[in-house]
Design a protein around this ligand. Structure first.
Ligand code: PLP
Length: 364
């Protein structure tokens, strides 16, 4: 068996230790004589794992008892409408900090529910090559919330400071960099992430929110039952069948993160990976070009271009032959993208940089 270096953008690589444990427990999980996929979500074994995973998530993030963790489905994309459906009503407005494609999509959904102010870092040509500067962000204090995207998966940019947004609650789509670094939980009221990038397999969306913010939600009688956060809060995300296997995989991934030293240790690894790969770009004398402004470069999704599309195609092909897969940029942006989520440790970055140097020597 040979494992590839996996730079897929999502679903993405999962730590091999996590996969091994899942394999070992596949036929008999927790002495139940069944896999976790076959266990009732009403069983005490399942519920214990479910509750423990919420606690583990909060402990890793440094969230106190005022935080609630929900296990939902429908992907981060469903949060794009579920957030405004619950919090944007009766003429309230929201503010969206738009720094990439996902933020734009979130804004478009929100506009269906109420007025939105948008503050965008979009370039005149429609691309995004940086996040926003603090001096560009002025929020109408009547905003029911401010929405941001912490890491822009397609364009390869990331916030390296947390913006001041005044007194409005801050909502953050952390799908592509959650738990890649510590973050000041006090600044946020609501965060969400599709699990398939940094937390495990697809099928699970994790929401963490402050109880007092959740209580400001639209009356649940006015919403479809499954789309009201109150339903999931009151039923501990067990109103209906949750994605049990994905939650189990999340629990293993969180244990793996704990073992590695938590979010601060993970941040060190991710910074090291960034130095290695951006180092290879910057040392290439223009052979590789990163379009993203230096202070906004993402440590999760490294995006760069080569001299021509033909050369980029060859890069993708040769990378694959060298065991490095998933490097083709998003279909809307082109170019090359290395998605280096937590499961990729420094060794992946070293291998990628060595391949880049070799490719440049042969084709430069
Ligand atoms: C991948 C991604 C999404 C979409 O996630 P789905 O779970 O596929 O709906 C949303 N936001 C960001 C920042 C992402 O990276």
């Amino acid at each position: 068996m040979k494992r590839v270096i996996n730079f897929n953008a999502g679903p993405a690589g999962i730590p091999v230790e996590v996969l091994e444990q899942a394999r070992d427990e596949m036929l008999d999980w927790n002495n139940t004589g069944m896999s976790v996929m076959e266990v009732s979500h009403r069983s005490k074994e399942y519920e214990a794992m479910h509750d423990e995973t919420q606690e583990r998530f909060k402990a890793l993030a440094g969230m106190g008892p005022e935080w609630k963790v929900l296990f939902l489905t429908g992907g981060a994309s469903s949060q794009f409408f579920q957030v405004p459906m619950n919090f944007l009503f009766d003429g309230r407005k929201a503010t969206y900090l738009v720094t990439g494609t996902w933020g734009k999509k979130a804004l478009e959904e929100a506009k269906r529910f109420g007025p939105c102010d948008a503050i965008s870092s979009k370039n005149p040509d429609g691309t995004f090559t940086r996040v926003l500067r603090q001096d560009e962000i002025s929020v109408d204090p009547s905003s029911a919330y401010v929405h941001m995207t912490s890491n822009n998966t397609l364009f390869g940019s990331q916030w390296h400071y947390w913006p001041e947004v005044g007194s409005s609650p801050l909502v953050c789509d952390m799908s592509s960099d959650i738990f890649s670094r510590p973050f000041p939980v006090d600044k946020f009221s609501f965060i969400y992430a599709g699990a398939q990038k940094n937390l495990g397999p697809s099928g699970l969306t994790v929401v963490a929110a402050r109880q007092d913010f959740l209580e400001k939600s639209q009356e649940s009688a006015k919403l479809p039952t499954m789309l009201s956060y109150a339903t999931h809060l009151e039923n501990n995300s067990l109103y209906n069948t949750p994605p049990c296997f994905s939650i189990y995989m999340l629990s293993l991934t969180l244990k793996w993160l704990e073992k590695r030293g938590g979010l601060a240790a993970m941040a060190q690894v991710n910074e090291e990976k960034g130095k290695i790969v951006y180092g290879a770009i910057d040392a290439s004398q223009g052979f590789y070009r990163c379009p993203v402004q230096k202070d906004s470069r993402s440590l999760m999704n490294v995006v760069f271009r080569l001299g021509s599309e033909e050369l980029e195609e060859l890069f993708v092909k040769e990378a694959k032959a060298a065991g490095i897969i998933g490097v083709k940029g998003h279909r809307s942006t082109g170019g090359i993208r290395f998605s280096m989520y937590n499961a990729n440790l420094a060794a992946s970055a070293h291998a990628a940089a060595a391949f880049m140097d070799d490719f440049r020597r042969r084709h430069g």
